[in-house]
Every structure is written in structure tokens, then in C-alpha cells.
Write a protein that binds this ligand. Structure first.
Ligand code: GRG
Length: 309
């Protein structure tokens, strides 16, 4: 089998496995008569919707890279980070935020279930994320593992919150409200927090749960930062040049709304050059962490850095 096909098969197998892990933690919430609550239906709709599962996959690859053994510690964290990511997409798509009706190739949650239920589904997914991550404590075999779970939970909550994704989204909204008033520093802040923070959490949690050395946890933080930055620059470029069908979401909106993006600030050519420079740095950090150039971890990161959808 050609090398590229081997990689695609490995990734596809891991995506299927990760998908099953994530969905296995989805709570079934029923009312007094045993009927599934509409909010639980909306949570399932949002979480089932065909995402790439990049964050839990990256968490797993980081865990494996540093010799993690107890997968029962990892699985709840994989589900938790995908729940957090999914809640952020549900809320981001709402009319009061980005106002999108297409996500992951399907109608957005609020289009199917109504705005109120979509807000609640997002809230419930966020709560479920922490309830789920805490299940890792039941799989701890000793005190050292318990401490690692607590540390991982701290980073997950931190990067998802006001000093991470929520903070980044907040400045994004604020900048949009003020037209193109943002500068390079503001835009970097948005990328670092809105997008990179969850990649950092994914890679760091995998390393922490595997009991990686402190310098390797730091490397995973740096890698998450770089991958997140490139991911968002690429997202900005694809909004101008990408195919909505392939992307599974609408395109051309940033330009139409005059949004501050890497391409609006620097132009397409410079955006490509910046993404290339950051990508080279990311691959260097990954090699320093010991990743094999022919291994899945390295190949996945390389493919993300050059993605076209
Ligand atoms: C509502 C607190 C809050 C935050 C929203 C996630 C987000 C922040 C906004 C969505 C819009 C956006 C461009 C986010 C940047 C990150 C990004 C490109 C998310 C899409 O991630 P993928 O490609 O999505 O991993 P799938 O659908 O594959 O899971």
C-alpha cells in the first residue's frame, strides 16, 4: 500500500475509535416519563455531527508519544475536550455570534432545535465535559495518577475559559463590533486564545496523563500554540479561497462582513508565508519531543499544517 494510503487508513481507524470513545460518554437525559429531553437530543445532534475529532486525536497521540499506558484515564478527557469544542461551535453559530446555518456539512443546532435549545445544549455540553473528565478519577490506580488527572483538568478548564478560548472569542466579538479597528497584536491574541488554547490543552493533557517530563509538556504547549496559529491562519485563507462544500461550512463571510483576519491584515501571500514559517517551527518542536517523521503523530501534524479543508 502507498505510504499516503497507510497514513489515511491509520487516521481513519483512529478517527472511528475516537468517535466511539467520545459518543460513549454522552449522557442520556430523560424526563419523568422516560422521554429523552429535547436538550439531550440537541447535544447528541451537535456532538454526532461528523467533526474531525482533531483535539481528542491529538490528545491520544501525545499520550502515546510519551508512553502513556492507562487509557482509562485518557478516554474521559478525550470526550471532554470534544464536548467543549462542540459547545463552542454551537454557540459560535448562533445569530448573536457568527450567525451560521451550516456546520460540519449539516444544519447548525439552532436551525434544527431553535436558539433557546441550542444555547442550553451548549451549556449542557460544557457541564458534561467536566463531569466526564472527572470520571478519570475512577480509573486512577494510585495517588500519582490522581494528581495528574487534577493537573490535566486544571489546564483543560484554564484553556477553555476566560484566559483561553472564551477570552479569545470575547476580543473577536469586540473587534468585530468596532469594525476593522484591531491591530496585529489583537489578532494574534484572538488566534492564541480562540483557536490555539484548545489545541494546547489537548496536547498538554495527553502528555500530563502519560506522565511526560516537564520539558515535554512545555513542548506540547508550544506545539499546540503553533498548530493553532497555523490552523486559524489557514481558516482565514480558506474563507477567501476554499470550497464551502469541502469545508462543510459557508465561505466568503469574513470579507463580506469586513472582519479582521490574517488575510485582511497581511494579504494572502504573506499569510501563506507566515503559516509556512510557523509550520516549520511546529515540526521542529515535534521532532525535539521525539516524534518519528514516519509516525502518525508527525504525519497528522504535518497534514494539518498544510490542510486544504
Ligand atoms: C463560543 C466561547 C465560544 C467560542 C467560540 C470555536 C470558536 C470559538 C469559534 C468557531 C469559529 C472558528 C473559526 C474557530 C476557530 C477554530 C476552528 C477553526 C474550529 C473548527 O475546528 P475543526 O476544523 O472543526 O476542528 P470540526 O467540525 O472538524 O470539529
Amino acid at each position: 500500500m502507498p505510504e499516503q494510503d497507510v497514513f489515511q487508513k491509520q487516521l481513519s481507524d483512529l478517527t472511528k475509535e475516537t468517535n466511539a470513545t467520545v459518543l460513549s460518554f454522552l449522557p442520556d437525559a430523560n424526563d419523568a416519563s422516560g422521554r429523552t429531553l429535547p436538550v439531550a437530543d440537541a447535544m447528541r445532534y451537535a456532538l454526532e455531527g461528523g467533526g474531525k475529532r482533531l483535539r481528542p486525536i491529538m490528545m491520544r497521540l501525545s499520550f502515546d508519544q510519551f508512553g502513556g499506558k492507562n487509557r482509562a484515564l485518557l478516554a474521559p478527557f478525550q470526550a471532554a475536550i470534544e464536548m467543549i469544542h462542540t459547545y463552542s461551535l454551537v454557540h459560535d453559530d448562533l445569530p448573536c455570534m457568527d450567525n451560521d446555518d451550516l456546520r460540519r456539512g449539516r444544519k447548525t443546532t439552532h436551525i434544527v432545535y431553535g436558539e433557546g435549545m441550542a444555547v442550553l445544549a451548549g451549556d449542557a455540553l460544557l457541564n458534561a465535559a467536566y463531569e466526564t473528565a472527572l470520571k478519570a478519577t475512577e480509573a486512577c490506580e494510585n495517588e500519582a495518577e490522581m494528581l495528574r488527572v487534577i493537573l490535566a483538568l486544571r489546564f483543560l478548564a484554564d484553556r477553555a475559559g476566560v484566559f483561553g478560548m472564551v477570552g479569545g472569542q470575547c476580543i473577536d466579538i469586540e473587534t468585530e463590533k468596532n469594525g476593522m479597528a484591531g491591530d496585529a497584536q489583537t489578532l494574534s491574541f484572538i488566534h492564541e486564545n480562540k483557536t490555539a488554547a484548545l489545541f494546547e490543552a489537548a496536547l498538554m493533557c495527553g502528555a500530563i496523563l502519560a506522565d511526560a517530563a516537564e520539558e515535554d509538556v512545555d513542548r506540547m504547549e508550544r506545539l499546540g500554540f503553533l498548530v493553532g496559529h497555523v490552523f486559524q491562519i489557514t481558516d482565514d485563507m480558506l474563507d477567501e479561497t476554499g470550497d464551502a462544500k469541502k469545508l462543510g461550512k459557508s465561505t466568503g463571510k469574513d470579507k463580506a462582513t469586513g472582519k479582521l483576519t490574517w488575510t485582511s491584515l497581511y494579504g494572502l501571500e504573506q499569510a501563506r508565508a507566515d503559516a509556512d514559517a510557523l509550520s516549520a517551527d511546529a515540526l521542529r518542536v515535534l521532532k525535539e519531543a521525539g516524534a518519528d517523521e514516519n509516525g502518525l503523530f508527525y504525519r497528522l501534524i504535518s497534514s494539518l499544517l498544510t490542510r486544504e479543508f
